[in-house]
Design a protein around this ligand. Structure first.
Ligand code: ARG
Length: 469
């Protein structure tokens, strides 16, 4: 991919010969920044409209330029953006095509502007859309989570710590934990959006401009809350991209953890879930296999997304004010992270919405593993007024005995329990069932089915799925 190799028509004036092949290639960002073409056209149209209103270019010239920009946009829409390395980037590609279409008047567009504030503006617009899309995608994931959680407010499964059976919980409660995470992720994108929504356009190369521009006007036209307040910061700030990547990285960690749950649950020894066929693959050699590839790739993608964040952090560290060409490398990691994140959110939304939960297997697993041992200890505290530490010790002996006989706690005869501690009576059995266990955990945010239903109801209102009561 290349074009003519003569001296560049836009900045070639002071150079005797054209850039070397290596220079052309290392300099070119058009292979990736062509993704900014819509933002570039929109920002140019806002800029030229303002130039006309301010009397910096004539209304006729501005109209011609705006019309020309529309034609370039139609061409891009139809045929894609041409990649000519000599034109370096999307900004010069568009301006050069504009000049071909409307002639020298195109040269007035770049008055009171630099590619430095231009790229900062375009990229902000792009990242703002990416933030909105992530937020929207996460809302869909939350909808899938509350829907399934509502169906499974009463479904009992083992709750784990250290991936060892700890206490029974409900599947609804477990799914709602991810609803909370997705909510924090949404708010991170929303916060970042508020912080970034200022227009750098008009900062020009680094110092502002002597032309009587109206930065409020261009800011408003592009949906920003106002202009940025320091021209040096405006052209060198990529916090908005880092904020996006940080939110994306954090979000991808959550998605990866959820994916990991599905991978474990779908394994044969667990058998807690049957993954949707639409998000699984078969093995070319083992006919019985159904692999959780989508979930595994979500888990894998989180590593790449964190890598994108690291890449841009390292690019930005140590850059003096204002613009340096290193900053051209800001786009590939953001573009990559955005497409990986969008896919990951969509895959996990489908997984949650369509998985078949094998609740009988979950319940059976919860009944194994002495998941209600804490309930026995709590019962001793409540009914026999035994200090918790002592109750813990007594329960330990009961678990040891049950384990040695290979039975569940509630299968130990009362005499045997009383031999361990005489204060135990037959009311204890009511506390040892998994249903009693989850029902008892009705503290705010606890796993009791009624608590889960309450939280699901609140969430459905928050998501606009239901009117508030
Ligand atoms: N392609 C460049 C970038 O992405 C545009 C800004 C170039 N500015 C400059 N002074 N060379 O950062």
């Amino acid at each position: 991919m290349s074009g003519n190799s003569g001296s560049n028509q836009m900045w070639g004036g002071r150079f005797a010969s054209g850039p070397s092949a290596i220079m052309r290639e290392i300099n070119a960002s058009i292979p990736f920044d062509k993704a900014l073409w819509r933002q570039d056209i929109a920002a140019s149209k806002a800029h030229v409209d303002m130039l006309a209103v301010q009397g910096i270019v004539s209304h006729e010239d501005a109209a011609q330029i705006a019309e020309g920009l529309d034609s370039v946009a139609s061409e891009y829409e139809l045929n894609g953006v041409p990649e000519n390395w000599d034109l370096e980037d999307i900004h010069m590609t568009t301006e050069s095509r504009l000049a071909e279409l409307i002639g020298p008047v195109a040269g007035r567009l770049h008055t009171a502007r630099s590619r430095n504030d231009q790229v900062a503006t375009d990229f902000r617009l792009w990242v703002r859309d990416a933030m909105d899309q992530a937020e929207l995608g996460l809302k869909q994931l939350q909808i899938a989570l509350v829907t399934r959680a509502g169906e499974h407010a009463d479904s009992i499964m083992p709750g784990f710590t250290h991936l060892q059976t700890a206490q029974p919980v409900t599947l609804g409660h477990h799914l709602m934990a991810y609803y909370e995470m997705a909510g924090r992720d949404r708010s991170r994108f929303a916060d970042a959006r508020v912080r970034m929504n200022r227009s750098p356009l008009g900062a020009a190369a680094l110092a502002g401009t002597g032309f009587p521009i109206d930065r409020e006007r261009t800011a408003k036209a592009l949906g920003f809350d106002g202009p940025t307040d320091n021209s040096l910061d405006s052209v060198s700030d990529r916090d908005f991209a880092l904020d996006y990547l940080m939110a994306a990285a954090q979000c991808s960690l959550h998605l990866s953890r959820l994916a990991e749950e599905f991978i474990i649950w779908a394994s044969q020894p667990f058998g807690f879930v049957t993954l949707p066929d639409s998000l699984s693959t078969g093995s070319s050699i083992m006919p019985q296999k159904k692999n959780p590839d989508a979930a595994e790739l979500v888990r894998g993608h989180s590593g790449r997304i964190v890598g994108c964040l690291t890449a841009l952090m390292i690019t930005m560290k140590g850059l003096p004010l204002a613009y340096s060409k290193d900053m051209q490398d800001d786009k590939p990691p953001v573009f990559e992270a955005a497409s990986l994140l969008a896919l990951s959110i969509a895959a996990m939304t489908g997984m949650v919405a369509e998985a078949k939960f094998r609740t009988e297997r979950m319940r059976a697993a919860a009944e194994l593993g002495y998941a209600t041992a804490t309930d026995l200890a709590d019962w001793l505290v409540r009914q026999a007024n035994i200090p918790f530490r002592e109750a813990h010790h007594i329960t330990g002996s009961a678990v040891k005995l049950a384990e040695s006989r290979g039975v569940a706690l509630d299968q130990l005869p009362l005499e045997d329990l009383q031999a361990i501690d005489a204060r135990i009576d037959d009311r204890v059995y009511a506390a040892l069932s998994v249903d009693a266990s989850v029902a008892s955990r009705a503290s705010h945010g606890g796993t009791a089915p009624n608590e889960v239903r309450k939280r699901v109801a609140e969430a459905r209102v928050a998501l606009g799925l239901e009117e508030s009561a």
